[in-house]
Design a protein around this ligand. Structure first.
Ligand SMILES: Cc1cc2nc3c(=O)[nH]c(=O)nc-3n(C[C@H](O)[C@H](O)[C@H](O)COP(=O)(O)OP(=O)(O)OC[C@H]3O[C@@H](n4cnc5c(N)ncnc54)[C@H](O)[C@@H]3O)c2cc1C
Length: 459
């Protein structure tokens, strides 16, 4: 039995690993357009610096991040953010305001700490405190993140606190992003407890002692490369682009660029949704259309290194996020060498500027010079100037799927269409979560679904 996996990001690699276990005699072929495997997990080691091209960490509470690292023997390489740093800030003008303590995700639950932070006006803080007594909205249609947070906590808390944190995760526009698809628990807490704050305070403190964010000492690309090293039976076809998937006999035929074809009994498509839309266009119009309706945001990450003595800022924290009201394409700035150990050689600092605001210009099409100007003008605002000793730029055109209003309904339509194609599964960031642990879980889930079908056929 042959299974074709299309894509070489972490979702596809997790699918291959799981399929090797579930189908010990399966012939697994993985097709990746680039010569490099790992997709958005991209780490560069240059001049003693460790530069992450896209993700720099993952959430520990979603179990397949730590789970896969441990299974791969990478448990000892997991590191947390450096302790004792000043936390994360919000930039307003040239000023950095610390995010208040007691944020549960992005929701303030510690109202005294909020008073101390200076981020919100007294009226804005009062409005947040009033959330506790605000009656819940009756069950209804999908609501945007902006509408929900503004309704519960007020406009100022949305603009100054929640919007910049949320944008740093999804790179999107809170007016369009679906609450149900991004932060469903917030609405569940409102309905169950009558108040989000009351609901969060009533939750048992999370078990375990894991810090919230983790990364790998050698960089996150190690997660992908270690999976690849431990694949024993998967044939890796790199530098080959899949162009179409069709039905053939009881199975599928994958068409590659250059006219080659690959027959397969089953297939896992672990691609960006807009690519899946093209690949399945000839297979099923409804499946293609639902994928094509998932919008994607582009982003760019500009990483700069400086001699420490040239930097007029203590970088005593993890970095900061930037509200939309600041009218810049920059979403966040990470003080990488303060946040993680071992990212810069002694005497140097490493910072990264994350840009790409949905609804604004497409930063992924900007020239290197324009992106460096954007980043250095941003850093100037907080007093980081001088000549960088290293500049690395990573562009991610249409790199982040946007879970806009109606996302869940689109995913339901995708699942319904897939039910008509036994042995075909999809995986990756487009469906049930963009984070690395979500993508691992979705790849493994796709592998299990395909293996179930093939076992049933073999019986
Ligand atoms: C700038 C940025 C920062 C991020 N930060 C974080 C973070 O800190 N923490 C976190 O958890 N997540 C973060 N994410 C999200 C996370 O990195 C991604 O959602 C996740 O890595 C996606 O994995 P994937 O396997 O679904 O897709 P991808 O990694 O996109 O893999 C898809 C693969 O398909 C290949 N491909 C495309 N077309 C074809 C074709 N026609 N034929 C064959 N192959 C093809 C691509 O080359 C690619 O390798 C970030 C994302 C970005 C863009």
């Amino acid at each position: 039995m042959r299974i074709a996996i299309v894509g070489g990001g972490i979702a596809a690699l997790a699918a291959a690993r799981r399929l090797e276990r579930l189908l010990p005699r399966g012939d697994i072929v993985l097709v990746e357009r680039e010569r490099r495997l790992g997709g958005k997990l991209l780490t560069e080691r240059v001049g003693g610096f460790v530069v992450e091209g896209a993700p720099d960490s993952f959430l520990s509470r979603k179990e397949r991040g730590i789970g896969l690292c441990t299974e791969l023997g990478l448990g000892g390489e997991l590191i947390a953010r450096r302790p004792g740093m000043g936390g994360t800030f919000v930039r307003r003008g040239g000023e950095l305001h610390p995010l208040p303590e007691g944020l549960s995700g992005m929701i303030p639950t510690h109202l005294e700490a909020l008073s101390g932070s200076g981020l919100l006006s007294p009226a804005g803080r009062e409005r947040v405190a009033a959330e506790i007594d605000l009656p819940p909205a009756p069950p209804g249609a999908d609501e945007s993140i902006a509408a929900f947070i503004t309704r519960r906590f007020g406009d100022e808390a949305y603009r100054m606190l929640v919007e910049p944190i949320m944008t740093g995760i999804f790179g999107g526009n809170g007016d369009r992003l679906s609450l149900a698809a991004t932060f469903p628990t917030l609405r569940e807490l409102e309905l169950a407890h009558g108040s989000v704050i009351r609901g969060l305070l009533a939750q048992p403190s999370p078990g375990g002692t894991e810090p919230p964010f983790l990364t790998l000492r050698p960089g996150l690309a190690t997660l992908a490369s270690r999976v690849v090293e431990q694949l024993h039976r998967t044939q890796l076809l790199v530098g080959r682009r899949a162009v179409a998937l069709r039905c053939r006999g009881g199975g599928y035929l994958l068409e590659l660029d250059g006219g080659d074809t690959l027959p397969a009994d089953a297939a896992v498509l672990a691609l960006p949704a807009h690519v899946t839309a093209e690949v399945v266009a000839g297979l099923d119009g409804g499946l293609a259309a639902a994928h094509a309706e998932i919008p994607h945001a582009s982003s760019a990450v500009v990483t700069l290194a400086y001699r420490a003595e040239a930097v007029g800022h203590p970088l005593d924290g993890y970095g900061y996020v930037v509200p939309r009201s600041e009218r810049t394409d920059v979403l966040a700035c990470t003080w990488t060498s303060s946040k993680w150990e071992g990212r810069a050689p002694e005497g140097s600092v490493l910072v990264r500027v994350y840009a790409g605001r949905s609804g604004s210009r497409d930063v992924a099409t900007e020239s290197d010079a324009s992106l460096v100007t954007l980043a250095t003008e941003e850093l100037d605002l907080i007093g980081i100037g001088g000549q960088p000793v290293l500049v690395r730029i990573h562009r991610w055109p249409r790199g982040m799927p946007q879970y806009v209003l109606g996302h869940q309904e689109r995913v339901d339509r995708i699942d319904a269409a897939l039910a008509g194609f036994p042995g075909l599964a999809v995986a990756g960031a487009a469906y049930h979560g963009v984070g690395i642990p979500d993508c691992i879980a979705s790849g493994e889930g796709a592998a299990e679904s395909v293996a179930r079908t093939l076992h049933a056929v073999a019986r």
